[in-house]
Design a protein around this ligand. Structure first.
Ligand code: PMP
Length: 444
């Protein structure tokens, strides 16, 4: 069956089939013009050959395999451990509604107007206040408001990457960032971690000496996908290496505020004395990803260049979202909401950890994270990852397979489980189903 599933995924990525929830999968015509109702087309005219017109660059990111895999195998009552969407809870909805009403009264005119590409100045100041809590001291002019931090990754790709440039990433790393870097023709090289999940700085140093990368992209806090934290000593040494080998660190930090135990470790950006770090963060994981609000902190000259690229991409981030976030920060409501959210996510994490202990799988290993939204599991040796995916879908649970998170050699032994989205009372059942699927696969 996994062979059939792979075939479906390939056919879908080629645009030859389409899946519809509840209806199944249909074969699409090879040349849509051949079968378009004759009555709607004038003689001698046909639909453009779209695939031939797409640019080379549009294909170079690779295919969105995970999404296809999930859509092919979804059951209606599935429990989802796959996506990392926030579940902000009912209290936030009330707060947001109140703040939106106040905004409509106070700023009814300016809410629908353009803002500067860099963002509303008072919001940039508010974000500096927010970053102070993380230990980062920056001026408003060193902040660029983004339509989500994914936009920051895209802008950095446009501004810094020429085809053939080398980017170092952690192994594993966030696949959408790697996709963006690849789309610009970057060569990605993975830096492995030791058994505690800490970056192997000895390997990094020898690779720095050999390859001189343009950027090192890292997620030091509650990493996506591993959920682990790079310890302070490693951060400091990584920064020293960046200084010594004259390379830039891109620090992607969406999960920093989601710590449930242990001590805050300052972002690398907070330790930087020589402007070698570009820092990305977002409100997607705290409020909602539909808000499309993130930010980037970097030296002014970098902000200027990125703002030119942003202007071409979307002129500026939504004015409404910007004003709303400023109110949430300045009123203290964001902090209040975060305390509530941390408690709920912490409970969900504990439920998942308890269930993983309860339905233990021999040979499966994982580390309990101190925050964030993921548990990264190494599966027993020899388990067929595609088969597991299919069996889990049959059992009614989904998760993300590990291979797309690896820059170089895909490793099928890993699974990423998200614990922030599923309802508390479904987590135990979801893990039970997942473990049954593991046993089904091992017994097959
Ligand atoms: N970076 C990382 C590590 C993420 O996990 C995500 C969201 N999955 C993003 C960036 C993009 O987030 P945003 O919604 O702010 O674009």
């Amino acid at each position: 069956r996994s062979t059939v599933l792979n075939a479906y995924v390939e056919l879908k990525s080629e645009g030859l089939i389409e899946s519809f929830v509840g209806k199944g999968t249909v074969v699409l015509p090879l040349n849509p013009a051949d079968t378009t109702a004759a009555s709607t087309q004038l003689p001698g005219y046909s639909t453009p050959p779209w695939r031939q017109l797409f640019s080379e660059r549009s294909f170079s990111a690779g295919d969105p395999l995970i999404r296809d895999l999930l859509s092919l195998s979804k059951r209606n009552d599935s429990i989802s451990f796959s996506v990392a969407l926030p579940d902000p809870g009912p209290k936030l909805t009330v707060k947001l509604r109140e703040q939106l009403q106040l905004l409509m009264q106070e700023k009814s005119d300016s809410l629908w107007k353009h803002t500067a590409t860099e963002g509303i100045h008072s919001l940039r100041e508010a974000i500096c206040m927010w970053m102070e809590k993380r230990g980062i001291h920056a001026a408003a002019e060193e902040v660029l408001i983004l339509s989500g931090s994914q936009q920051g990754i895209d802008l950095l790709t446009r501004v810094f990457i020429d085809p053939g440039d080398i980017i170092f990433v952690e192994e594993p790393s966030y696949f959408s960032a790697m996709q963006s870097f690849r789309s610009a023709g970057a060569r990605l090289m993975g830096i492995p971690a030791d058994t505690d999940g800490q970056m192997r700085l000895d390997i990094l140093e020898s690779m720095l000496a050999k390859y001189h990368p343009k950027l090192i992209y890292v997620l030091p806090t509650f990493q996506n996908p591993s959920g682990l934290v790079m310890n302070q000593d490693v951060r400091e040494r990584l920064l020293e290496l960046a200084y010594r080998y004259k390379t830039i660190i891109v620090e992607d930090d969406p999960y920093c505020d989601l710590r449930y135990s242990g001590h805050h470790v300052p972002p690398i950006h907070a330790m930087d004395r020589h402007d070698h770090v570009i820092y990305l963060s977002t409100f997607s994981k705290l409020i909602g990803s539909g808000l499309r609000m993130g930010w980037l902190s970097a030296p002014k000259s970098v902000i200027r260049q990125l703002a030119i690229a942003k202007q071409m991409a979307d002129l500026h981030t939504s004015t409404l979202s910007q004003f709303l976030m400023e109110r949430m920060i300045r009123s203290g409501l964001l902090e209040e909401h975060l305390n509530d959210m941390r408690n709920r996510y912490h409970r969900r994490k504990q439920l998942m950890v308890a269930a993983l202990h309860k339905y233990e799988v021999p040979g499966m290993t994982w580390q309990e994270p101190e925050g964030g939204v993921f548990i990264w599991c190494r599966m027993p040796a020899g388990l067929n990852a595609n088969e597991l995916m299919l069996r889990a879908a049959d059992r009614g649970v989904d998760y993300l397979p590990g291979n797309p998170f690896f820059a170089q050699v895909p490793q099928t032994a890993y699974v990423r489980l998200n614990f922030s989205c599923a309802e508390e009372d479904s987590i135990d059942e979801g893990i039970r189903r997942f473990v049954l699927a593991v046993h089904d696969t091992m017994d097959a």
